[in-house]
Write a new protein. Structure first.
Length: 341
């Protein structure tokens, strides 16, 4: 015998709905909300049981409407609990786990520090082009035709007249042309490109800082004093600097600065290869041929002199932090880069 009509009729669904809605509204925790759900919408609750036995359309519509309103009441109660402080559950007003914050790459930190040092010395920072003409990258810097840097084996040529700059020096020539005369005190920083065999100390893309000072009465002593102030600012106030003669096409005389090892203070260790000194880069007095190339009237070699220098930012980072391999700076390994915040 079909007892469904008697079962449906035996329950006052309006009263059950009011009771259930009131229970949902008074639930104060996730556990209480779950108890209300089991009591009114669980598998063994009166409403689901009645829905399973419904055979007539009118009763089905009535019970489904009740169930829908109870589900809406449950969703409202869950949203209320998730959006505020709930006793016995969790306090959503407490601070959560902060997302990890990034930081500047070590090379960017070194570049900014270098720029700050020279800004303090009265220099200006000039941006240069990464794609240069052979005119500014080689000819204007007094590179002879036979120099290896002019070959496709050493440099990245885009065509016969354009090349990825092999150093940041071309911006010095451009600045001299734009200013039209001394005084000039400038540095430029940025990426440079060379066809190198990649190993622990060489890579095909790296960063340089190059400086130029042009004025009347500039001497080699000014260059030595400038580099000494820079080395001490970067590596420590007790550092000593020595200079060795060298050859560069755009300076005469040319010298290479070495700084006393910051780790062993000149005694000798693995970082300085037991020499007590660290090689830093190239420098020298500006070759008079460069002044004549730019404008011999505005930069009369008989009246004007200057010095130039260039250093690798990756080398500064390797030496100052004792990194064994330049490729660590380009590997995007957060275990390495995360140490330099």
């Amino acid at each position: 015998m079909d007892r469904t009509p008697d079962t449906v009729a035996a329950v006052n669904w309006d009263e059950l709905e009011r009771e259930a809605v009131a229970a949902y509204e008074s639930a104060a925790s996730g556990d209480e909300l779950e108890e209300v759900h089991v009591r009114y919408l669980g598998r063994k609750a009166a409403l689901p049981q009645a829905l399973r036995g419904v055979r007539d359309r009118e009763s089905g519509m009535t019970l489904n409407a009740v169930r829908r309103r109870l589900e809406e009441a449950e969703e409202a109660a869950r949203a209320r609990l998730d959006g505020g402080t709930v006793a016995g559950d969790y306090d959503v007003t407490l601070p959560g786990d902060a997302p990890p914050r990034g930081h500047l790459h070590l090379i960017t930190q070194i570049r900014r520090e270098v720029e700050d040092v020279f800004l303090g010395l009265g220099y200006e920072v000039v941006d240069g082009r990464e794609v240069e003409t052979t005119h500014y990258n080689f000819d204007a810097l007094n590179f002879p035709d036979w120099h290896p840097a002019r070959s496709t084996g050493d440099s990245f040529f885009l065509d016969d007249t354009r090349v990825l700059r092999t150093e940041t020096s071309p911006s010095q020539i451009r600045t001299m042309e734009e200013r039209g005369g001394p005084p000039i005190y400038m540095i430029t920083t940025g990426r440079v490109y060379r066809r190198e065999n990649v190993d622990a100390t060489h890579t095909q893309t790296f960063h340089q800082v190059e400086g130029l000072a042009v004025d009347e009465g500039i001497t080699l002593a000014d260059l030595k004093g400038t580099l000494l102030a820079f080395m001490r600012a970067i590596f420590g106030p007790e550092r000593r600097v020595r200079f060795r003669t060298h050859y560069f096409p755009f300076t005469e005389p040319s010298i290479e600065p070495d700084v006393s090892c910051f780790l062993c203070d000149g005694v000798g260790c693995a970082v300085c290869k037991h020499s007590g000194w660290l090689e830093m880069g190239g420098s020298g007095m500006v070759d008079p041929a460069l002044f004549e190339f730019v404008d011999p009237e505005k930069y009369d070699p008989e009246k004007v002199s200057g010095f130039a220098f260039g250093l690798g930012l990756e080398r500064i980072a390797l030496l100052r932090h004792g990194l064994p391999d330049i490729r660590l700076l380009w590997g995007n390994d957060l275990r390495v880069l995360g140490q330099f915040r």
